[in-house]
Design a protein around this ligand. Structure first.
Ligand code: FAD
Length: 436
C-alpha cells in the first residue's frame, strides 16, 4: 500500500516520515514491539515503530531478566540469539527447591525431544540490542520519542494514527499493534479495558557482583510457603537476587530493604552468602502488581506482550510471552496483510492461538497469586520431581512453558507421580517440617 495523507508544507518539511503509509503501526519498542516489527518487516511488510523513549539504548529497569525456554525459537528466528550470546547472555537452566528437596537442573525438552534453554540477560544488555536490530531492519521506520495521540476511525476500523512528541506525523495503516506495556496508553485511547485480578505478593530484587553460588552456576529458586527466593546469574558478572512474600510482610521488609533481602535469602538451604557480594544498584521493590489482561484484538487493533497480559512476576514468564505473542501475531496476520484481504479472520486466528497457548498458564498464575501455599497437585508434582528424573522433566517442561497445565497434570502423569511418591525414598535435601 502506498497512500499518503496531505500535510501542510511546513509540517511536511519538519517531519520526514509525515507522509508515510504503513501496513502496520506498532506502539512500543520493548521486547514485544521490536519482535513484531522485525518479524513483520522480514516478511516484506512496511512497519512504523513508535516508542516514547527518545534514546535507542533505553531499557526496562524493573525485571529480573529470566527468559523462558519457550521463547528461544522466536529469539533464534529474530537472529537475536548470537547477538545476545556475544554480549554475554547466559543459557539458563534452573533448579528449584521446595520442602521435598531440589528437583535438579535438568534441561526441558521440546515436542521433538530436543533439549532447550532460555536466557538470563540483563535488560540493559538485551533491550538496546533488540531495538537496534528492529530499527535497522529494512522496511522498519522508527519514531523514537513519540507516542500515539489519536486514532482516526472510519467504518469501525482505525485508518490513521496521529503521533505526537519529538516528531508529529499522521500515519495511514491497516493494522495497529499495542505493544506499549502493562498500562498500554494505546488501549486507553482505543477504549479497551484491562481485567485485573489480585496478587497477594510483593517483590524485591537487587543486582550483585561476586556472588559465590553453592549449587553451581544455574539459576536457583526456593519456594517455601509464601516465601520465594531467586538467584539469577547474568551477563557481565551480575547476579540478580530476588525475594517475594505476601504483602503482610512488606512493612517490616521495607524498613531496611537491603538487610531484609540478605536475611531472607540466606535463610534458604544451600543459599549463597551475600555478605561478601558487592551491590550493583539499589534494591527495587514492587508492592502492588495485580495481574492484568486485555482482549487480544478489537477492531483492527491487536495487543501483544504486557499490553495483552501482564502477570505476577513469580514464575518469570512475561518476557517469554512478549516474544511469543508477537510472533503468533505476525504469523496470523502476514498473509492477509500481504494479499490486502480483510483482517478480521486473521485477528480471530491470533485470538484463538493466544487463548489455546496462554490461558491455561494464565489460570495457574492468577490462582497462585491469591494463595500462600501449594495446592495438592503442585505438592504431588514437586514431591515426585525431587525423587525422579521423569517427574523432574515434567515440572521443568511446564516451568519452561513448553507444556501447559493439561500436560503436566494429565491423568497418566498424575498416576505416575503418585507411584513415584509411594515407591521412592524422600530426597536427601528435603525438609519435611518446612511449609509448602
Ligand atoms: C519486578 C519484576 C520482575 C520481572 N521479572 C521478569 C523475569 O524475570 N522474566 C520475565 O519473563 N518477565 C519478568 N517481568 C515482566 C517483564 O518485565 C515484562 O513482561 C516485559 O518487559 C514485557 O515486555 P513488553 O515489550 O510487552 O513491554 P515493556 O517491556 O513494558 O515495553 C513497552 C514499551 O512501550 C513503550 N511505551 C510505553 N508507553 C508508550 C507510548 N504511549 N507510546 C510509545 N511507546 C510507549 C515503553 O517505553 C517500552 O519501550 C518482571 C516484571 C516485574 C515487575
Amino acid at each position: 500500500m502506498n497512500r499518503s495523507i496531505p500535510l501542510s508544507s511546513e509540517t511536511a518539511a519538519r517531519h520526514k516520515h509525515a507522509d508515510s503509509s504503513f501496513d502496520v503501526v506498532i506502539a512500543g519498542a520493548g521486547i514485544a514491539g521490536c519482535t513484531a516489527a522485525r518479524l513483520f518487516a522480514l516478511e516484506g511488510l512496511h512497519v512504523a515503530l513508535v516508542e516514547h523513549h527518545a534514546k535507542e539504548d533505553a531499557y526496562k529497569q524493573l525485571c529480573t531478566h529470566f527468559i523462558q525456554p519457550s521463547a528461544t525459537p522466536t529469539i533464534r528466528r529474530l537472529g537475536l540469539d548470537c547477538l545476545i550470546e556475544e554480549a554475554g547472555a547466559i543459557r539458563n537452566n534452573i533448579n528449584i527447591w521446595t520442602r521435598y528437596g531440589w528437583i535438579g537442573n535438568l534441561s526441558p525438552v521440546d515436542k521433538d525431544g530436543m533439549e532447550l534453554f532460555g536466557y538470563n540477560v540483563q535488560r540493559r544488555t538485551l533491550d538496546p540490542i533488540l531495538r537496534r536490530l528492529a530499527v535497522t531492519t529494512p522496511s522498519v521506520t522508527s519514531f523514537l520519542g513519540c507516542h500515539v495521540q489519536r486514532l482516526v476511525e472510519q467504518q469501525g476500523e482505525v485508518k490513521r494514527v496521529e503521533l505526537a512528541g519529538m516528531d508529529s506525523a499522521v500515519l495511514q495503516t491497516r493494522l495497529v499493534v499495542g505493544a506499549d506495556g502493562r498500562s498500554s496508553p494505546l488501549a486507553t485511547i482505543a477504549g479497551v479495558k484491562a481485567v485485573s485480578t489480585p496478587n497477594t505478593r510483593f517483590a524485591a530484587s537487587a543486582a550483585y557482583r561476586g556472588v559465590r553460588l553453592v549449587r553451581g552456576t544455574c539459576s536457583q529458586i526456593w519456594m517455601r510457603g509464601p516465601k520465594m527466593g531467586y538467584i539469577f546469574p547474568n551477563d557481565d558478572g551480575i547476579t540478580v537476587v530476588a525475594y517475594m512474600s505476601t504483602k503482610d510482610a512488606f512493612e517490616e521488609f521495607h524498613l531496611s530493604p537491603r538487610d531484609s533481602l540478605t536475611r531472607a535469602i540466606v535463610s534458604f538451604p544451600d543459599a549463597p552468602d551475600l555478605s561478601t557480594a558487592i551491590p550493583a544498584g539499589r534494591v527495587l521493590m514492587v508492592k502492588d502488581y495485580p495481574n492484568l489482561s486485555r482482549r487480544a484484538s478489537a477492531r483492527n487493533i491487536a495487543f501483544v506482550g504486557d499490553a495483552l497480559m501482564s502477570l505476577d512476576s513469580l514464575p518469570g514468564v512475561s518476557c517469554g510471552f512478549a516474544f511469543q505473542t508477537a510472533e503468533w501475531l505476525v504469523d496470523a496476520l502476514t498473509p492477509a496483510l500481504r494479499d490486502d484481504r480483510p483482517l478480521r479472520g486473521a485477528l480471530g486466528c491470533y485470538t484463538r492461538t493466544v487463548s489455546r497457548r496462554l490461558y491455561g498458564h494464565r489460570f495457574f498464575v492468577r490462582d497462585m497469586a491469591r494463595r500462600r501455599k501449594f495446592n495438592v497437585l503442585e505438592r504431588l508434582a514437586f514431591a515426585a520431581a525431587a525423587q525422579d528424573d521423569w517427574a523432574s522433566r515434567q515440572v521443568h517442561n511446564f516451568a519452561a512453558r513448553l507444556n501447559g497445565p493439561a500436560q503436566l497434570l494429565a491423568p497418566q502423569a498424575v498416576l505416575r507421580m503418585l507411584w513415584v511418591c509411594m515407591s521412592r525414598p524422600a530426597s536427601s535435601s528435603a525438609q519435611r517440617d518446612a511449609p509448602v
